[in-house]
Design a protein around this ligand. Structure first.
Ligand code: UD2
Ligand code: MN
Length: 358
């Protein structure tokens, strides 16, 4: 009796294992067939894509981990939604194959942005990510702004395609100073950094004047090992650096680099000096400035007169001389402001802020 009973238990256990395996295989086959079907469509963002996108927001993990995490999560939490179709996406290459090199720009042209607003690749708020690959960096573009609507149009018209050719996962943030008190470019940069991070897990920040247009898309608007100066060869300065420490116009800092220097100063009211202050911060923290070469770094500034309430700041020389003493207490760690309103255009997010006055 004993061996026979054992045999029967064994037999049943085996049958159960076989049944479970069959069930497992059928489920796998079902999911495989559904995901192949989705992939062949090359469809625009589907609910599956959205799942992946949402998950990416919260996970700053490597691409491969991210892909498998999202697949697992969607399989486990929802049996009715499609499997993410972008799971096979690879990282974008270091150099985008879409670059075209030097291009001219023409500021006398009348710009109509409505055609661009219909581009389904740009999502509301001026957000974009390539469909063909996973971007190497998530880049927030921060533009300090007040009463420069015409310049903004040119910037959007030229920069959206430029950034897309660079295969960046990016968002455009126009930070508008509310009211008519003295302008403060650097403080608006700090606000842009803080507000952009509330929306998405950006790892790189490009701080750009509204009136500067790069002429060569090989000048990648991304972050590097060292803080990067991007507007190195401007028409306004005869296509060369005006001085070696010049860090104005357009610059790029990773989140880490930015935090290391405590961001921008908040107390430069009016024109000038704030770019030299941030340059000082970078060197005092043992970093250096990286730059593209003078050909790739060519850019144009739209000609303009000095704005009202942005007169040269008479305190700028004293302040620049004291960066070392002030930088730890004046910066992103001491930033205060109040958001007055947020506008989501198709091509940008405009955040109007009350930043106080001198
Ligand atoms: C130079 C620098 C700039 C900054 C500034 C001194 C270049 C190309 N740029 O610019 O980076 O260091 O000197 O503060 O050298 N803005 C408005 N509305 C205003 C005033 C300023 O939107 O009423 C914004 C806008 O993005 C503009 C930026 O602030 O591009 C800089 O002001 P600017 O263009 O008047 O100064 P500019 O060209 O001398
Ligand atoms: Mn300017």
């Amino acid at each position: 009796m004993e061996p026979r009973a054992n045999f029967s238990v064994l037999h049943r256990a085996c049958a159960l294992v076989v049944a479970l395996c069959t069930l497992h295989l059928s489920v796998m086959l079902l999911f495989y067939l559904r995901s192949t079907g989705d992939e062949s469509e090359h469809a625009p963002p589907s609910p599956g894509n959205f799942t992946l996108r949402t998950l990416r927001k919260g996970h700053s993990v490597s691409t491969s981990t991210m892909t498998s995490t999202s697949t697992m999560t969607s399989t486990m939490t929802s049996t009715s939604t499609a499997i993410p179709t972008t799971q096979a996406l690879e990282k974008c290459p270091d150099t985008s194959p879409l670059l075209v090199g030097p291009r001219n720009v023409n500021f006398s042209q009348t710009i109509d942005l409505n055609e661009m607003r219909q581009d389904p690749k740009v999502s509301v708020g001026g957000r974009y990510k390539p469909r063909e690959c996973v971007s190497l960096q998530k880049v927030a573009l921060i533009i300090p702004f007040r009463h420069r609507e015409e310049h903004m149009k040119h910037w959007l018209y030229y920069l959206h395609p430029f950034l897309q050719r660079q295969q960046l996962d990016y968002g455009v943030y126009v930070i508008e100073q509310d009211g008519e008190d003295t302008f403060n470019r650097a403080k608006l940069m700090n606000v842009g950094y803080a507000e952009a991070l509330k929306e998405y897990d950006y790892d790189c920040f490009i701080f750009s004047d509204v009136d500067i247009i790069p002429l060569d898309d090989r000048n990648t608007y991304r972050c590097f090992d060292q803080p990067r100066h991007l507007a190195v060869s401007m028409d306004k300065f005869g296509f060369r650096l005006p001085y070696n420490q010049y860090f104005g116009g357009v610059s790029a800092m990773s989140k880490e680099q930015y935090l290391k220097v405590n961001g921008f100063p908040n107390n430069y009211w009016g024109w000038g000096g704030e770019d030299d202050d941030i340059y000082n911060r970078v060197t005092f923290r043992g970093m250096s400035v990286s730059r593209p070469d003078g050909v790739v770094g060519r850019c144009k500034m739209i000609q303009h007169v000095r704005d009202n309430k942005n007169e040269p700041n008479p305190q700028r020389f004293d302040r620049i001389a004291r960066t070392r003493q002030t930088m730890d207490s004046d910066g992103i760690n001491s930033l205060t402001y109040r958001v007055v309103r947020t506008e989501k255009d198709q091509l940008f997010t405009k955040i109007t802020v009350d930043i106080g006055k001198p």
